[in-house]
Design a protein around this ligand. Structure first.
Ligand SMILES: [Fe+2]
Ligand SMILES: [Fe+2]
Length: 131
């Protein structure tokens, strides 16, 4: 499950960074910095989860899930909202599983990441309303 989480963190970190690069139009100008800072946040998530997984004795994956940059700003944001919703669902499952296994460190790690993903979801949803 942690490797699945890493695969999607790498995916979105590249996806958001390339959306930052490929933005077009006036509205794109307004959101390009947001794509960049969230992309960097996702890379930090990938690192933190990989550190944890490596500590637990496994090798972290280097392969991202399929990346979907999109062409228009609307396409980008619709895709990103989907990805954040999937993350929220997956990380709630991981928190639940870690709780059952009494692995508090993993549980707290994912509770913290979960808060970030909810922030990202909120940001992308708000931006989509203006597009
Ligand atoms: Fe993340
Ligand atoms: Fe996120």
């Amino acid at each position: 499950m942690l490797n699945k989480a890493i695969a999607r963190e790498i995916q979105v970190s590249i996806q958001y960074m390339w959306q930052h690069v490929e933005w077009i139009g006036v509205k794109g100008f307004a959101v390009q910095d947001e794509f960049k800072s969230i992309g960097i946040a996702e890379m930090k998530h990938a690192e933190a989860i990989a550190e944890r997984l490596f500590y637990l004795g496994e090798t972290p994956t280097t392969k991202p899930d399929p990346i979907n940059v999109g062409k228009t700003l609307r396409e980008m944001l619709v895709q990103d909202i989907k990805d954040e919703l999937n993350a929220i669902k997956m990380y709630k499952d991981i928190v639940e599983m870690a709780r059952k296994e009494k692995d508090e460190t993993t549980m707290f790690l994912f509770l913290n990441i979960l808060k970030d993903e909810e922030d990202h979801h909120d940001t992308f949803t708000t931006l989509l309303e203006q597009v």
